[in-house]
Design a protein around this ligand. Structure first.
Ligand code: NAD
Length: 602
């Protein structure tokens, strides 16, 4: 079979037809757990028999160097010595190979459509001629350990990178930076355009805001791409998984806009924009096309959140109609998440909203073996950030037992993103081989587990080796997904026809309604009172439990557009009558359609 520019799907069909490249459990022939993060890097699978014959798709794999002779036993000094010799030999080999890598890099500054790297001139991140500058933040908890392991492998593979280390997260916060991100970190990230980041501890229920979320949103990293694949050699890994979660990364409840409104009631705003939905959905389809995937599944909860999640679903349907070659379907998130847990092999690309995607990708990673295995890419138009799916695992910090695979996989994704497919596939194949050889960290096995550093050394020792029970991985030349261009919305007529006034009040619905009706005045009709979203007037139900937080809906009489001054006068009347107004929401018509939800039970 000619290798050339084939897609993973094409290759898999070929492998299927040959009945080769599948492990005993029937896993997918091709592990594409990294084929996403490049923002378009198309991973072209390689048949071992044709290794090295195609510059575009075939990397530096299949070398039968000294490390190929190394076996792995978990204990024994002799074995350890052999591994160290292997690493040493490999490093020398990598220095030779490094020159070849450099020849493939189209200049130090890659001014591509994604502008992954901008300028290095006159900055703290000025690079040596042949190395690409990146920013690295090791993070908190297990971060320093898994970052050291990752750097060990990157160095052994002679990846031509120049690291600019910055401190973000807990240590920065404790050092007096209230945001957790010091100025020098922002500057380095902006200058290099690429951040390899360890996990960051975020205080729960208080303290500083999430540094992760801040970085994603400030830098416009709208797409969080989280692949997940089975590993037959990992005991708890369910077979057949080969899915990618494309998670919207900037909106939803992660806006982090929260208020305490009454003694009883707290609120978190869920913000969803049409352009945000369109950007991520278009990215998901473009990603599917670029990576030979056939199905995109959208997951929302639009049976309940009809406006916000409904928008995401509606945009998905519109974009899907433009891609007749890709199967598109929608699942409500609760059954979708359950099915990802029980039938993950049925999924291909999943595109979903921020919170759902965060939860789903942890479920998928665990079902595939361990949350410690998952890497992710955060892609934006002007920067990209690469990080493990998991958190800082404070329970493991300092013990040297964490699995560095998630961060290592993120680093591989970063290499592809940077246009360095050869070291990327070299590391990826060595990692697959390491797992195949039974070198597992404690999250993957209950006996004979190796330490974080021993795992990294084992991967480094296998650089140049290929997996034996599945097809090796190869990444194509750095083909990037063109970032979606979102046209502005056509102008729409917007008219305010009413107002929801929220009150702090302790009492019964009927009494509240009677008091309010006495002060509404001309020009408005009070149409509804809800408590926690449930209609309690008119025609409420006696069983409904009410709190101290009430929404009172006032529509203009005749549903005509109402001047803002009249709305202010209404609020003023309520205030003067002693009502405790805590917030208002405008009720608008957009091009003749209501832009607000009905009350539950209304
Ligand atoms: P976590 O992912 O840190 O840990 C969950 C469980 O998975 C723990 O039992 C942990 O030991 C295990 N685990 C995680 N990574 C592992 C690895 N590499 N190897 C082996 N086992 C691993 O989630 P958590 O405990 O809910 O959160 C801890 C902290 O991490 C919190 O402060 C949270 O805010 C933060 N967090 C950060 C990120 C990020 O930086 N992107 C993501 C999620 C959570």
């Amino acid at each position: 079979m000619p290798v050339g520019h084939i897609t993973n799907r094409q290759f898999r069909r070929y492998m299927d037809s040959r009945q080769i490249g599948r492990d005993q459990a029937g896993d997918a022939a091709v592990d594409r757990s990294f084929d996403h993060a490049n923002a378009g890097g198309v991973m072209a699978p390689v048949h071992p028999g044709v290794l090295g014959q195609d510059d575009q798709n075939v990397g530096i794999v299949g070398e039968e160097g000294p490390t190929q002779l190394l076996g792995w036993r978990r204990n024994g000094d002799a074995e350890h010595a052999r591994i160290l010799v292997g690493i040493f030999a490999n490093i020398i080999l990598r220095f030779i190979i490094h020159d070849i890598y450099v020849a493939y890099i189209p200049g130090r500054l890659m001014n591509t459509t994604t502008n992954a790297i901008h300028s290095t001139s006159g900055s703290a991140a000025a690079a040596s001629p042949s190395r690409i500058p990146i920013t690295i933040a090791v993070g908190d908890g297990i971060g320093p350990e898994i970052a050291a392991a990752t750097r060990l492998v990157l160095a052994a593979a002679a990846a031509p990178l120049e690291f600019h280390e910055v401190t973000v997260g807990e240590r920065a916060y404790l050092g007096g930076v209230s945001s957790g991100i010091p100025d020098d970190a922002w500057q380095a990230i902006r200058t290099t355009g690429v951040l390899l980041k360890g996990p960051i501890t975020t205080p729960q229920g208080g303290g500083y805001k999430s540094v992760n979320v801040t970085l994603r949103k400030v830098l416009g990293l709208f797409a969080n791409v989280r692949p997940c694949a089975s590993h037959a050699c990992v005991p708890r890994s369910r077979p057949g998984i080969d899915l990618v979660v494309v998670r919207e990364n900037e909106e939803d409840l992660y806006a982090g806009i929260e208020h305490r409104q009454t003694p009883e009631t707290y609120q978190c705003l869920k913000l969803v924009t049409r352009s945000g939905c369109e950007r991520i959905v278009r990215y998901a389809f473009a990603y599917a096309l670029a990576n030979g995937r056939r199905r995109v599944t959208c997951m929302t909860k639009d049976n309940i959140m009809k406006l916000t999640d409904g928008l995401f679903h509606r945009v998905f349907d519109q974009v899907a109609a433009e891609h007749p070659g890709i199967v598109a379907d929608h699942q409500i998130i609760d059954i979708g998440a359950a099915r990802v847990a029980t039938r993950p092999e049925h999924y291909d690309v999943i595109v979903t909203m921020n919170l759902y995607g965060d939860i789903l990708s942890d479920i998928a990673a665990e079902v595939a073996g361990s949350v410690g295995m998952g890497g992710s890419a955060n892609i934006g138009a002007r920067a990209a950030m690469f990080e493990a799916v998991h958190g800082s695992a404070p329970d493991l910090a300092g013990k040297g037992v964490a699995n560095p695979s998630g961060m290592l996989q993120s680093a591989v994704q970063m290499l592809v993103h940077l246009g360095l497919p050869h070291p990327a596939e070299c590391i990826h194949n060595a990692w697959l081989r390491t797992l195949e050889d039974g070198v597992l960290t404690a999250d993957l096995t209950s006996s004979g587990a190796v330490s974080t550093s021993a795992f990294a050394e084992a991967v480094a020792a296998r650089l140049g080796q290929l997996p034996q029970t599945r097809a090796p991985v190869a990444y194509g030349a750095s083909l990037r997904i063109a970032l979606p261009d979102i046209p502005p919305l056509p102008a729409e007529v917007r008219e305010q026809v009413g107002i929801d006034i929220f009150l702090h009040h302790v009492g019964q619905p009927h009494d509240l309604a009677t008091s309010l009706l006495g002060v509404v005045g001309a020009g408005f009709d009070m149409t509804m009172i809800t408590n926690r979203g449930v209609k309690v007037w008119p025609d409420g139900h006696p069983e409904t439990i009410c709190t101290d937080h009430w929404r009172c809906r006032f529509m203009s009489t005749g549903m005509v557009a109402v001047p803002f001054a009249q709305l202010l006068a209404l609020i003023g009347r309520l205030d003067a009558a002693g009502f405790d107004v805590i917030k208002t929401e405008g009720l608008f018509y957009f091009a003749g359609k209501p832009g607000y939800s009905a009350g539950q039970g209304a």
